[in-house]
Design a protein around this ligand. Structure first.
Ligand code: AHR
Length: 501
């Protein structure tokens, strides 16, 4: 994969040329009752790390550092068989259930109210799913009443009896999960789902007109019904919903790192297709209402495939180990979020701990995997407006996508804090890429810090024994001279330039 030219790459930035304001909800997470995400991850009363509520302190601290702004719960495939009433009220009365999505035993010791406490302690907004598989439209509406209505009627009073007199005021809701998938408990055809979701949406919004609803879109762009499913469901529900959900998992299945690192183009195409679908439905219906995209499951997932819990509690399921190339894909995915933030308003990394997650726990220890670091850097530095950056970079050849530029770039400018950031991935496995960054109007006075995740081995990973194999370095800042900055980006790297002034 030798680059087509050794000319320096050029990145042109103009703070007046913007995509849109970056929604903070793009930095969201997803916590499912699956494997050891909830039990052994968030909630682990037996661990020396547990606080008085049974939440792991080390996990809470690491989640706070990412600063997830929204958290989707309780599933996932789990959602489609879940009766939310099992997870509220006195713990000793909660039923143990055979959980059919992951063939595990669900103890229900963690439920809606514990989740609210958890969200509160890490400063994130809850996004609750309602069961559209085995659940009824009444179950969905009752959960909105339980969470959001003032006391005085049955389900709100039940909440008060459970110790929460004040409503939880949950603003964001998902109308089921991956209902297009035959694997889903209670799977429906698009028109069946659209009708059920619409009726649930009406009842939910009658309880609380301020809530925002997300409709299930296709569970992946590889589904045969994609994107027809999305069109049909949207046409039935358009006026009643606010977001269309997207899901996608990717991996280096053929051990073809050059192609894997160019995958961002394909992720971007998925947004473009669904944005076109939104525009089509809006104009077909002559609507004044807008629906946006919520990429509420996204991640690298292809190595760990154990999904059968063998009817045990908190089994080790899909505990993916992430390496450097995975982190570079995650960084580019976040770049896609910035480049598409005019239509993409919510994104939730699936998932936050142990299950395909940037964090892994052991009895009393926590490991930050490679993918943890791009998340922290974007969450910390991408704010204000996303900029429409022009990148000219040498190209390289990939088996899957043909010729692709060596660099993948996004940038942000936050006028309120007079700060900016440039996020650059060098996809080359071998070549250092010289790059000139040119600001066309207002340039930062200084690049106050440079954060860089890089290495020679795309397969390098962190482990409990060697937790610092792939961690970002902080390089000294640089002066910006004449709106210009030249630097060299090492191969297999993700670099964040933080601008001030
Ligand atoms: O995140 C793991 C699973 O992937 C979720 O339960 C499901 O929605 C998706 O298929």
């Amino acid at each position: 994969m030798s680059p087509s030219s050794s000319l320096p790459a050029r990145v042109y930035i103009d703070t007046n040329r913007t995509v849109a304001e970056i929604s903070p909800l793009l930095f969201g997470g997803f916590a499912e009752h699956m494997g050891r995400c909830i039990y052994g991850g968030i909630y682990d009363p037996q661990s020396p790390q547990a606080d008085e509520r049974g939440f792991r302190r080390d996990v809470l601290d690491a989640l706070r550092e990412v600063n997830y702004r929204i958290m989707r719960y309780p599933g996932g495939n789990f959602l489609s068989g879940y009766n939310w009433l099992d997870g509220v009220g006195p713990r000793e009365k909660r039923p143990r259930r055979r959980e059919l999505a992951w063939k595990s035993v669900e103890t229900n010791q963690f439920g809606t109210n514990e989740f609210m406490e958890f969200c509160h302690s890490i400063g994130t907004l809850p996004m609750l799913g309602v069961n559209m598989g085995t659940g009824t439209i009444s179950d969905a509406a009752n959960l909105v009443e339980y969470c959001n209505a003032p006391v005085g009627t049955a389900f709100a009073d039940l909440r008060a009896a459970h110790g929460y007199r004040e409503p939880h005021k949950v603003q964001y809701w998902c109308l089921g999960n991956e209902m297009d998938g035959p694997w889903q408990i209670g799977h429906l055809e698009a028109d069946e789902y659209g009708r059920k979701a619409r009726e649930a949406a009406k009842m939910m919004k009658w309880h609380d007109p301020s809530i925002k609803l997300s409709l299930c879109g296709s569970s992946s762009n590889s589904m045969p019904s994609y994107p027809e499913w999305d069109r049909i469901a949207l046409e039935l529900c358009w006026e009643h919903v606010d977001y269309l959900s997207m899901h996608r998992y990717v991996g280096n299945h053929d051990d073809d790192t050059a192609s894997y690192l160019a995958l961002a183009a394909d992720l971007e195409a998925q947004v473009d297709t669904l944005a076109a679908c939104l525009r089509y439905v809006k104009s077909k219906l002559r609507s004044k209402h807008d629906v946006y995209l919520s990429w509420d499951e996204w991640n690298v997932w292809y190595k760990a495939r154990t999904m059968d819990g063998q009817w045990t509690e908190a089994p080790h399921l899909i505990e993916e180990v992430y390496n450097l190339e995975d982190a570079l894909v995650v960084a580019q995915w976040l770049n896609v979020f910035l480049r598409k933030c005019d239509v993409l308003k919510i994104a939730c990394l699936a998932q936050i701990v142990n299950v395909i997650a940037p964090l892994l726990t052991r009895h009393d220890r926590l490991l930050k995997q490679t993918t943890y670091y791009p998340l922290v850097l974007f969450s910390r530095y991408a704010s204000g407006m996303s900029l429409d950056v022009l990148t000219q970079a040498p190209s390289y050849t990939t088996k899957q996508y043909g010729d692709m530029p060596l660099l993948d770039v996004a940038a942000s400018y936050d006028a309120a804090h007079d700060s900016s950031a440039v996020f650059v991935v060098n996809r080359s496995l071998t070549s250092d890429v010289p790059v000139d960054i040119v600001w066309q109007d207002k340039a930062p006075k200084r690049i106050s810090a440079i954060h860089q995740l890089a290495g020679n081995d795309p397969k390098a990973a962190n482990s409990f024994d060697q937790p610092d194999t792939v961690i970002p370095s902080v390089l000294p800042g640089l002066a910006v001279a004449d709106k210009h900055l030249s630097l060299h980006l090492p191969p297999l790297s993700f670099t964040v330039l933080v601008g001030k002034g």
